[in-house]
Design a protein around this ligand. Structure first.
Ligand code: COA
Length: 266
């Protein structure tokens, strides 16, 4: 029998231990996940929690916890469960926690619920049983392991500049269109091209284009990723990969991504 109740300061040590064990397990399975964990800081954050945090008990022992941050943005209100926001010994525990948390989030107007999990089937399974679907997937690679794919003569990859803004907007609209087709994908209601304009105003963001005869055929963006729980120093994020429709399935996407990553390594 699983009993769910609001978190109490006395639960702090048990929840900290669960999150520490979970992070270590994730690191053992996937060394790209950093297991560095500031327990004092995390314990302080738990006690200062403004939104409700639930714990599940079985036989008086804590067997799970669930916390979702309620966030408002242009799309409305949604609940976000971070990598340390959930732990559960089994599916019954998660179901009992989500029954409480999910209905609370709904009452608070949060009709979309998002969870960050490791990109593994066994990590996804419990959430899929509750009706969650996959939205975004992220991959990670050690830069020194990237083998740049060569391009045929006439094609080249270069860093984009202000002169590329119009074409960057055009290709971003193509990306936006593709993402609207994705299963259950949600997107910001920005005008086509507006997103990339904002992105490129950030001095840390770099635009990369692949062109032939001065005609841009593909692009992507990169930026340094802030250090956060689970990640390492010196991580770069690559996203917004788009190849013009008529040039797809010829290896250009792979060449762009691998050449950009190889440049960043150097
Ligand atoms: C995704 C996209 C960038 C791929 O570009 P591309 O130039 O066609 O890709 P490549 O020809 O270099 O193929 C790279 C790999 O992806 C695979 N691939 C490409 N398109 C695919 C598709 N539609 N379905 C399944 N696999 C696909 C290729 O088989 C290849 O795999 P391999 O290395 O194992 O052979 C391109 O289809 C695109 O611009 N799509 C719309 C925008 C988008 O969805 N971007 C991703 C979100 S950031």
């Amino acid at each position: 029998m699983v009993h769910v109740r609001p978190f109490d300061a006395r639960d702090t040590d048990a929840v900290v231990a669960r999150v520490r064990a979970q992070l270590l397990d994730a690191h053992v399975r996937e060394p790209f996940i950093n297991d560095a964990f500031d327990e004092v800081d995390f314990a302080r954050a738990l006690r200062a929690q403004h939104a409700p945090l639930w714990v599940a008990l079985r036989g008086g022992r804590i067997v799970g916890h669930l916390y979702g941050a309620i966030l408002d943005d242009a799309r409305g209100t949604s609940a976000w469960v971070g990598p340390d926001g959930a732990s559960f010994d089994d599916l019954d525990v998660l179901a009992a926690l989500y029954a409480q948390a999910g209905s609370h989030w709904f009452q608070r107007g949060a009709h979309e619920h998002w969870v960050w999990i490791a990109n593994r089937d066994d990590a996804f399974f419990p959430w899929s049983e509750l009706g969650f679907a996959k939205e975004h997937r992220r991959g990670v690679v050690r830069l020194r392991d990237v083998e740049p794919v060569a391009l045929s003569t006439g094609y080249r990859v270069r860093t984009g500049g202000v002169g590329d803004l119009d074409v960057a907007r055009e290709l971003d609209a193509v990306l936006d269109e593709a993402q609207r087709e994705g299963p259950n994908f949600f997107f910001a209601e920005a005008a086509p091209g507006e997103g990339i304009t904002d992105t490129l105003e950030d001095p840390e963001v770099r635009l990369h284009v692949l062109e032939r005869d001065d005609h841009v055929l593909a692009q992507c963006v990169t930026y340094p990723l802030d250090l956060r729980r689970g990640s390492f120093d010196g991580v770069v994020h690559l996203s917004g990969v788009v190849v013009r429709d008529e040039f797809r399935r010829r290896g250009l996407g792979a060449a762009l991504v691998t050449q950009v990553l190889a440049t960043l390594r150097d």
